[in-house]
Write a protein that binds this ligand. Sequence first.
Ligand code: PBG
Length: 342
Amino acid sequence: PSPVRPAAVGSAGVGSTGPAVRPRRLRVNPVIRAMVAETSVAPRQLILPVFVAEGLTEPRPISSMPGVVQHTVESVRKVAVEVAEAGLAGIMLFGVPTDEHKDAVGSAALTEDGILNVALRTVRDEVGDATLVMSDVCLDEFTDHGHCGVLTPAGVVDNDATVEIYAAMAQAHAAAGAHVVAPSGMMDGQVGAIRAALDSAGAADVAVMAYGAKYASAFYGPFREAVGSSLVGDRRTYQQDPANAREALREVLLDVAQGADLVMVKPALAYLDILRTVRDSVDVPVAAYNVSGEYAMVEAAAAQGWINRDAAIVETLTSLRRAGADVVLTYWALEYAGRLHS
Ligand code: PBG
């Protein structure tokens, strides 16, 4: 009997001069490709960010984010139902107050009739526990100067005074029904202060999803239109320098030490190295925020016919999962769950 040929010698038979190993065998048809796919994206891993604007009677399109709108309180209620029915992880609410409700300290972030608190209450009443209701804990939408915190007389963002307001804001969100609060202001000590404030308010079950590594990024451009930001200048004294990777890990580890239940990396696509490092360095779930500018780039190229839109969306979300994201925040969440998820 002839000896069994070792696999590494090749399967093409005696006399083959081809490669001994042929990875293409595992790509010959869609069934085998699906069998060996290492990464998948499920609706349960996606969060839909939504904007809710005060004083609107109709949803208002955001020109730099085609397909995304500023919602009314009524229309966000319907979107929340769709989010639950689609099996998404949750809905992340951003409030857009009218100009008359912005001031130097972001007062409308704390009041019960502030737009974000109204939206949270409305959505939670509607969906109960069928999907997670999440809130952005930050002052930029509520301040007339557009910064994420309150300013000192010299015009610098005052870290500790801002953190106190965030703690009260998180309590207001919990009282309005948030399951998860997401502090995005990048103030030092914000996670610990929010955790303590929630616990002291009887909201120990409310989770903190910390924007651990958040960069001062040009990819937030369309978001500024989406929330009607009044910012002049930039956020480089609090958000991170895109040049830094070690600093991201330091920030994330501080958030975990202060009690963050999940940590987020933001933006996503230009920061896949950070996402991978964070995933390998912490034992809490990691989220990635596929931000407004990343959305706008694909939509703009697709509108020109320069890119296959659906394929680009699926590839984007898959890549974020492959790089280590357990959870992805994306403006395509509903569309993916409904039409692109196979
Ligand atoms: C701050 C916040 C921002 C985003 C989410 N939370 C803007 C900023 O930090 O300047 C950006 C999200 C996006 O671009 O999609 N409240």
